[in-house]
Design a protein around this ligand. Sequence first.
Ligand SMILES: NC(=O)c1ccc[n+]([C@@H]2O[C@H](COP(=O)([O-])OP(=O)(O)OC[C@H]3O[C@@H](n4cnc5c(N)ncnc54)[C@H](OP(=O)(O)O)[C@@H]3O)[C@@H](O)[C@H]2O)c1
Length: 296
Amino acid sequence: MVAMPARRNWRTKLTASQTIVITGGTSGIGLATAERLARSGARLLLIGYNQPHIDAAERRLRDRAPDADVTIHRVDLSSLAEIKELAAVLNRELARIDVLVNNAGAIFTHPALTPDGLERTFALNHMSYFVLTNLLRKLLVESAPSRIINVTSEVHRAATLDFSDLQTTNRFRSWKAYSRSKLCNVLFTSELSRRLQGTGVTANSVHPGVVTTRFGDDRGLFGFGFRVFKTLIGTSPPAAAARIVNLATSPNLAGRTGEYFLGFFSVPPSPAARDAALALRLWNESLRLSGLDSIF
Ligand SMILES: NC(=O)c1ccc[n+]([C@@H]2O[C@H](COP(=O)([O-])OP(=O)(O)OC[C@H]3O[C@@H](n4cnc5c(N)ncnc54)[C@H](OP(=O)(O)O)[C@@H]3O)[C@@H](O)[C@H]2O)c1
C-alpha cells in the first residue's frame, strides 16, 4: 500500500448537529482533540476517570470554547460493568453518534487484575474499545455515515499475540502488555471494518505520534525515561489532536475504512496486525471475555 498524504486538502467539516464521543477526553491527546472539536460547534461527550482531571478539563473547555456543548462522564473503562452502564446511558440519551474516538489508554508498571478478572492493561486499552464500540454499534449504524477511530501506537510493531497468554499475566512486563494491547487495537479495527462493510460506518486506527502528555509519567524509572524521550522528540497534544481531527472530519477520508494511519498517512501496519485469522480469533476471544457473546 502506498503512503497517502491525507493531510493535503485538510479541512474540518463538522456541523453543529454532529455528536462526537471521546474516551480519555479529559487529558492529553483526547482533551486536545475535544478542545479543537468543541470550537466547531459539535456536541461532545467525553469520558474520563480521575475527578481532578475531569474538573480541570471542564474549566479548560469552558474557558477556551465557552459556547461548546460538552458533557463529561466519569467512568472506569477498565470495568466491564461500568462500560456497559455508560453504553446504556449514551444509547438512551443520544439521538446519534457521528464519531466515536476510542482513545483512553495507559501503561501500568505492576500487574493487576480488574474485578472482572482481566489484566488491567488489556482491559482498559483493548476491551474498553471492543465493548463500548459493540454496544454503540446500532446507534453508529443508524447515524451513518459515521466514523470510529481507534487510537493505537507504532509500538504494536514490537508485539505478537499468544493466545495461551493473551493478557500477559505470566511474567507480566509492562511494555509487553502495552504493545500487545496496541496490536489488539489494530487487529480489532480491521475485523470491525470488515463487519461494518456496507453500513456506512468506517473504522480506522491511528498512531498519534510520541506526544508530550502525562502518559506513562508516574511509572517509576520507565516514566522518567519516557518523559525524557518525549521531551526530546515528542510532539504537542494539539499537533497529535490534529491527526485525530483529520480522521474524524476530513471529507477526503469519507468511506475510507480498515486502514492504519501513522499520523496523517495511511501505511501498512505490522504483518501480525494484517493477519485476518488472528483478528477474527481475537474478536471471538474478546466477545467471550466480555460476556457479549450472548448478544452478538
Ligand atoms: N503519549 C504518547 O506518546 C502516545 C503515543 C502513542 C499512542 N498513545 C495513545 O494515546 C492514547 C491517549 O494517551 P495520552 O498520551 O493522551 O495519555 P494521557 O494524557 O494519560 O490520557 C489518557 C486518558 O485516558 C483516560 N483513562 C485512563 N485510565 C482510565 C480509566 N480506567 N477509565 C477511563 N478513562 C481512563 C485518562 O483519564 P484521566 O485523565 O481522568 O485519568 C485520560 O483522559 C492512549 O491510548 C495511548 O496508548 C499515546
